[in-house]
Each structure stands twice: as structure tokens, then as C-alpha cells.
Design a protein around this ligand. Structure first.
Ligand code: BT5
Length: 326
């Protein structure tokens, strides 16, 4: 793509002018075509200075999602190496499922700048305005169906670690898969097993992080926050996506080596509410006890007066005893 070739050329000479003539010769495109592409790049958020005499120079990379910039930021071997980035999709999970059915490879990653029908678990909605990180990865790991829930645990850990590395913020995991900052939801994960989990096992791992938008972009009743609210500046979404994929790949390698206990401990270290008195809601039933931790399958362990009880995600909701949320 000419646009990416121009970027590549400018990025190879940071802070320096590259003449229009040179770009035109090297890429075999007209000066008018270059100007058009530079305009498009600026609209994507790249800061490019153009001078009639000297040519163009790249001053700042874009913080919005861009295929080329994301590829530059990737350090993974498999995850994100096949990439689809769209301006708008109903849901990246739905698109990833379609691509998986068409033979999409392990690690194939779908991103959208905006989702018109973002999905949460159990048919719930996920609000996905512009500026967020809405990403789904197709995984065909060397694991069994029983291990599927471990992958969503791994995704939670990967997001927490990426945010800590990049922004030194400490995010908590609220069982099973809410990522929260001071009790407010910052990110969520939707893991979906595809079709039959036989010889080829496929799971779609959807990750949504509220990033470069204000709290007002989400509907009022949500107990939510965004990276912009926490940090006070816009983050580089390409770097964020690449760093999450880096940690996810690392967790996946451990999981495939059956190093499950390590993941359980990583998850537990990042969990909120451990050791606290909590209530578990299962339909009309309410259980009360101490949140002891999780089993390796991601089931919640609750110590009640009647002994230890185990709850798997999906069927129940966790509530702090005092307030609605942690
Ligand atoms: C989740 O569901 O938390 C999973 C969210 C997964 C979203 C990603 S984005 C990329 C991929 N493509 C998709 O279509 N989905 C995935 P759950 O635990 O069921 O939480 C859903 C609930 O969170 C909703 O019922 C709202 O109460 C709340 N919510 C909705 N949008 C939110 C947002 N942007 N931030 C915080 N909370 C939100």
C-alpha cells in the first residue's frame, strides 16, 4: 500500500525532511499522489510537516490504530501477525468467528476503531465508542475444551501486565473477567469457543479496553472508567495492542506447557476482593462467605459456614458484601 510505503520511508528518517522528488522516484508515484496520501495520513493522526522546499518530515506517530504502526510495534511470533483493522464493525468477535470459519490461522487478530454492536457475555452489550481498543484474536492452541476458561484468565493477566508496563497503573481483576480501577470497569473480556472443539480447537478471545475517550462517551449508569480519565492523556493504541498481544502470547506458551499453577498465581496476585466477605448471586439464591481464590479452571472458591463451595463463571455474580462493587 502506497500510504504505508510513504510512512515507512519517512519513519526511516525520523525528524528529517525527505524530498517529494525522492519519495516519488523511490515509490514510483506522482507528487500529487504523495500529497494525497500525506493528507490521509494526517487525518489518521500522524503529524507530518510539509515544506515546498525541503519535502516532508514525520514529527509524531499516530496514536490511533494504524495497520503499519501496529505491525511495527508487534514483538510476537504468531499473535497479530495476520491482522485485520476496520474503521467500523458490528463486533470484532463476530468478524473473527467468520474469519476462523474461513480457515483463519492461529493468532489472526481483528480490530475495529468503532463497534456498532459490541458484545458482552450472556447477550449483554458492550459500548464501543471511537478511541477504544476493540480487539479479537483467533486462537487454535494445543489445549482441550476444559482449558478454554484458562485462556480468558490469561487474557485478564495479559491486559493488566500490559497496562502496568506501559503506564505504571495497577488494574485489578474482578472475578471472572472484569478489569477494574478503583471499583470502575476499564476493560472486559469475551471468550467464545467455536463450533466443535475436536481436533482443531478454536477460541475467539475478545478484549475491550476503554482507552482514548472520556467517561461521557459511555452511558451514564455504567460503573466505568477509561484510560484517558485515569492518565489524563491519550495513549498509543498500536503500542497498547502490541503489548497486550506480547503478554498474551507469553501466557499461552506457558499454558501449552501445562504450567497452569503459574497462571492461577498470576491471576490471584492481581485479583480484587480476595479474603473479603462477599456475596454470590445465583438466580434468586444468595451465598455468603469469604472469597478464598480461584481453582485452576477459574472457578471461584467460597468459604461458607457450610464448608467450601465452588462456583463457575457464567452462572453467578460476585458482589462485595458492603457495596455493589469492589
Ligand atoms: C464483558 O462482558 O465485559 C466483555 C466485553 C468484551 C468486549 C470486547 S470488545 C472486542 C470484542 N468484540 C466484542 O463484540 N466484544 C469483545 P460482561 O462481563 O458481560 O459485561 C458487560 C456489561 O458491562 C454490560 O452489561 C454493561 O453493564 C457494562 N459495559 C458495557 N459497555 C461497557 C464499557 N465500554 N465499559 C465498561 N462497562 C461497560
Amino acid at each position: 500500500m502506497v500510504r504505508h510505503d510513504i510512512l515507512q520511508l519517512l519513519a526511516a528518517h525520523p525528524q528529517e525532511y525527505v524530498s517529494g522528488e525522492r519519495i516519488s522516484q523511490q515509490l514510483n508515484v506522482t507528487r500529487a499522489a504523495i500529497w494525497k496520501q500525506i493528507k490521509a495520513l494526517k487525518a489518521e493522526g500522524f503529524e507530518i510537516e510539509g515544506q515546498t522546499k525541503n519535502g516532508y518530515r514525520l514529527l509524531k506517530m499516530s496514536h490511533s490504530l494504524n495497520e503499519w504502526a501496529l505491525e511495527q510495534a508487534l514483538t510476537t511470533t504468531l499473535l497479530g501477525r495476520t491482522l485485520y483493522l476496520e474503521d467500523e464493525l458490528a463486533s470484532t468477535n463476530v468478524r473473527a468467528k467468520e474469519l476462523a470459519h474461513l480457515g483463519g490461522v492461529h493468532g489472526l487478530t481483528v480490530l475495529a476503531k468503532y463497534q456498532s454492536g459490541g458484545q458482552g457475555r450472556l447477550q449483554r452489550q458492550w459500548e464501543s465508542p471511537q478511541g477504544g481498543l476493540w480487539m479479537s484474536v483467533v486462537l487454535r492452541p494445543d489445549l482441550s475444551l476444559a482449558d478454554a476458561s484458562k485462556l480468558t484468565l490469561a487474557a485478564s493477566v495479559a491486559i493488566v501486565d500490559a497496562l502496568e508496563e506501559l503506564f505504571q497503573v495497577r488494574i485489578g481483576i474482578k472475578w471472572p473477567n472484569d478489569l477494574v480501577y478503583k471499583g470502575q470497569k476499564l476493560a472486559g473480556i469475551l471468550g467464545e469457543v467455536l463450533g466443535e472443539w475436536n481436533a482443531v480447537q478454536t477460541l475467539i478471545l475478545g478484549m475491550g479496553v476503554n482507552a482514548n475517550f472520556t467517561r461521557e462517551c459511555l452511558s451514564a449508569p455504567l460503573n466505568a472508567t477509561t484510560l484517558y480519565e485515569i492518565l489524563g492523556y491519550e495513549v498509543d493504541l498500536n503500542l497498547l495492542a502490541a503489548t497486550i498481544l506480547k503478554y498474551l502470547e507469553k501466557e499461552l506458551i506457558f499454558l501449552e506447557k501445562r504450567a497452569f499453577e503459574r497462571l492461577r498465581l498470576s491471576w490471584t496476585e492481581r485479583a480484587v476482593g480476595l479474603g473479603e466477605e462477599v456475596r454470590i448471586l445465583r438466580g434468586e439464591q444468595v451465598f455468603q462467605g469469604t472469597f478464598k481464590g480461584i481453582s485452576i479452571d477459574g472457578a471461584l472458591l467460597l468459604e461458607t459456614e457450610a464448608g467450601e463451595k465452588i462456583f463457575s463463571a457464567g452462572e453467578v455474580q460476585l458482589r462485595s458484601k458492603m457495596s455493589g462493587y469492589f
